[in-house]
Ligand binder design. Structure first.
Ligand code: UN1
Length: 499
């Protein structure tokens, strides 16, 4: 085993992950930092899937009877365990997903934050009391646990996205079965071990409350197709969503779809350009362009275009790209060769449409894929600009009329995140009113949302909402209850039916 493999092993040992799961399995776990194999992970078979779903169904039946604030106590303990494990787990996120150290820590912090949110929520699963038209009656709505919640997550947020779903699902009284990305099984195993510690301290969590299924596409399909799974929360490409959504709809199961983004930023003439520069730089280059909220399109007003784009190019030239374990870098690797090839193909397509590419070259060679982020000046919004390529490519376009820019901004299939930089209040409000995305910001970038808001997007982003606000409601079922405490039986709508 190489040094980095040994470090991954040490971290897994420190986090108490059973070696049987990552030493003698059949699936190699690879670090994008060097392209080396760092573990051999056990993949579940059809029997494991069956057993996990049975266990999860049984766990749900028991867990739904536990009062919600008690359920919150388990999530509180999980948050404590995450705090204790933060350094180890975030380092493992860096090794397995390639994130720079502060983003690895940020990801684990996001898990801790959603635990805190969910603990509070466990005492606030409120329903309404509704005025009834009938005398001596009371009408109310009550929220009940839903069932087994399947979570399918992507490599780029290998642990936080599961946590958004799991923390809410658990306080809502559900059990959870998780299929992580095949590219990031080790962090998933680590999280399971951390959860197991919280469950042991809690003492009354049913066996199988949080299941993990490491596997490929068939494993995800099993979750999507199984009648025991009431809700599937899936993060990934729009292509994946197109396969998943109809299958869930066919069996009337619920879906939370968090699919592609093609997020745009408008920089208006009145913008604070220092702020805009930092916001765009982090949004477009952070996480090596591998967030669903990454800034991919930039519309800059004609009057400030030359100066702003020149400053942006200088930032692109100065940003340090490389192995986050070896230095103070801001941009780590692409996840794999396929990502690198997709980026190359998009840049070639952009050139063919008249784009002028700045950056985008490969750094180093071998089995890891580091690239300098690419800034592409485009004459129009065409070809690859209209699609999500999961890498650090920022397409830059000029505009002179804000309404036309907003129309272009909205003129793509995805609808996740968006932003405007302006100090003109009317422009800001016009943008917020018109952006067709689930997230719209003023004077900050498109990525790095806090857990307190509902997270998700419209159109081909899938329409799901996770995390904060009232996203919890999709993890529960609502019953409308009417109670008659009178001696009469008045019918609604004044209907009479005297027998
Ligand atoms: C994702 O990329 O799948 O807003 C999620 C953000 C993060 C979550 C991104 N809080 O960028």
């Amino acid at each position: 085993m190489t040094a980095i493999g040994e470090e991954a092993g040490r971290l897994l040992d420190m986090l108490d992950v059973d070696r049987a799961h990552w030493r003698e399995g059949s699936m190699p776990a690879v670090t994008p930092l060097t392209g080396e194999k760092i573990a051999m992970v056990r993949v579940c078979g059809a029997d494991d899937i069956e057993a996990a779903l049975d266990a999860s169904s049984a766990a749900f039946r028991a867990w739904r009877e536990v009062p919600a604030p008690r359920r919150g106590e388990l999530v509180r303990l999980f948050g404590e365990e995450l705090r204790a494990a933060k350094e180890c787990l975030s380092r493992l996120v860096t090794i397995e997903a390639g994130k720079i150290a502060s983003e690895g820590r940020g990801e684990v912090q996001e898990m801790i934050d959603i635990c805190d949110f969910a603990v509070g929520l466990s005492r606030q699963l409120y329903g309404l009391t509704i005025a009834t038209e009938r005398p001596g009656h009371r009408m109310m709505e009550v929220w009940h646990p839903l069932g087994v919640v399947g979570v399918i997550s992507a490599f780029n947020f290998p642990v936080a996205v599961w946590a958004w779903n799991a923390a809410l699902a658990l306080v809502c009284g559900n059990s959870v079965v998780w299929k992580p990305s095949e590219k990031t099984p080790l962090t998933a195993l680590a999280v399971q071990a951390i959860f197991a510690r919280a469950a042991a301290r809690f003492g009354e969590a049913p066996e199988g409350l949080c299941g993990l299924l490491v596997g490929g596409r068939e494993t995800g399909e099993a979750l999507v197709g199984d009648a025991r799974v009431a809700l599937v929360s899936a993060t990934g490409s729009t292509r994946m969503g197109r396969a998943v959504a109809p299958r869930l709809a066919q069996r009337f199961a619920r879906a939370i779809l968090e699919l592609g983004g093609n997020n745009g930023v408008i920089v208006a003439p009145s913008a604070d350009l220092d702020l805009a520069l930092r916001g765009v730089a982090f949004g477009a280059m952070g996480t090596a362009g591998q967030r669903c909220t990454t800034t991919r399109r930039l519309f800059v007003h004609d009057s400030i275009y030359e100066g702003f784009v020149a400053r942006l190019k200088a930032a692109y030239d100065s940003v340090a790209v490389g192995n986050p374990l070896e230095g103070d870098v801001l941009v780590g690797p692409l996840i794999d060769r396929a990502a690198f090839e997709a980026m190359g193909a998009a840049l070639a397509a952009a050139r063919a449409e008249g784009g002028i590419v700045h950056g985008g070259d490969r750094v180093g060679e071998g089995a890891s894929y580091y690239v300098r982020p690419a800034l592409v000046e485009m004459p129009r919004q065409v070809g690859p600009v209209c699609e999500e390529t999961f890498g650090p490519i920022l397409y830059v376009m000029r505009y002179d009329d804000l309404d036309a820019a907003i129309r272009l901004h909205n003129g793509v299939a995805a609808g996740l995140s968006s932003a405007i930089f302006t100090t003109d209040m009317r422009e800001a409000e016009r943008f917020l009113a018109a952006s067709d995305c689930g997230i719209a910001n003023v004077n900050l970038g498109t990525s790095g949302a806090e857990i307190g808001g509902a997270f998700g997007g419209e159109k081909e982003t899938g329409g799901g909402r996770e995390s904060g606000s009232d996203s919890w409601k999709v993890y529960m079922r609502r019953a409308t209850n009417t109670v008659n405490y009178s001696d009469a039986l008045p019918l609604a709508q004044g209907v009479s039916f005297d027998i």
